[in-house]
Design a protein around this ligand. Structure first.
Ligand SMILES: [Fe+2]
Ligand SMILES: [Fe+2]
Length: 188
C-alpha cells in the first residue's frame, strides 16, 4: 500500500463524516423549521396580515426539507435519532409563540433564522476551505437556503419581532435552544 492511497482513504473518510454530520443536522433543522411554521399557521390562519407571509416562508421550508430528504438518501446519511423530538419541539415552539401573538411568532422566526443562517455560513466556510470543486453542489444548495433563511430573518424584523413582549429574553432562550439542538443533531 502506498502512502498516497492511505491519505486518499483518509480524505474519503473525512469527507464522508463531514457530509454525514452536515446533512443530518440540516435535515433535522429543516424538519423543525417546517413544524415551526406549521404551528404558527395553525394559530394564525385567520390573521390576514401575517398569514400570507408565514405561508410563504413555510413553503420555502417545505422545499428545504424535501431537498435534504433527498440528500439523506443520496449520501446514505443516518437521520438524527431525535427526529420525532425536533418535530414535536418545532410544532410546539411555533404554536406557543404564535399564541402569544403575531409579533411573538415573528420574534421566534428571528431567533431561529438568525441561528440557522449563521449555521449555514459556518458550513459554507468549511466546505469552501475543504474543496470548492468537490463540494460544488452542496455549496450551491446551502448558499441558496442560507439566503432564504436570511430573508426569513429580515421578514421577522419587518413584521415587528422586536416589538414582541420580552423580545430579548425570547430571543436568548430560543437561539440557545437552537444552538444546543444543532450540537446534538450533528452527532446523533
Ligand atoms: Fe429552511
Ligand atoms: Fe427559514
Amino acid at each position: 500500500m502506498s502512502k498516497m492511497s492511505s491519505s486518499a482513504k483518509y480524505l474519503y473518510r473525512r469527507r464522508r463524516q463531514l457530509y454525514d454530520q452536515m446533512i443530518r443536522v440540516n435535515h433535522s433543522g429543516e424538519l423543525a423549521a417546517d413544524r415551526i411554521y406549521w404551528g404558527q399557521m395553525l394559530v394564525l390562519k385567520n390573521d390576514p396580515k401575517h398569514c400570507p407571509v408565514i405561508q410563504e416562508m413555510w413553503d420555502q421550508e417545505k422545499h428545504h426539507l424535501s431537498q435534504f430528504e433527498k440528500l439523506v438518501v443520496k449520501h446514505r446519511v443516518s437521520k438524527s435519532l431525535f427526529e420525532p423530538l425536533w418535530s414535536v419541539c418545532g410544532l410546539a415552539l411555533g404554536a406557543t409563540t404564535a399564541a402569544m401573538g403575531p409579533q411573538a411568532a415573528m420574534a421566534c422566526t428571528v431567533a431561529v433564522e438568525d441561528v440557522i443562517a449563521k449555521h449555514y455560513d459556518n458550513q459554507l466556510r468549511q466546505l469552501i476551505d475543504d474543496d470548492l470543486e468537490e463540494h460544488k453542489q452542496l455549496i450551491e444548495t446551502i448558499k441558496q437556503f442560507r439566503d432564504e433563511e436570511q430573508h426569513h430573518y429580515d421578514t421577522g424584523i419587518e413584521f415587528g419581532a422586536q416589538n414582541a413582549f420580552a423580545f430579548k429574553l425570547m430571543y436568548t432562550v430560543i437561539s440557545n435552544g437552537c444552538r444546543l439542538a444543532i450540537k446534538i443533531a450533528e452527532k446523533i
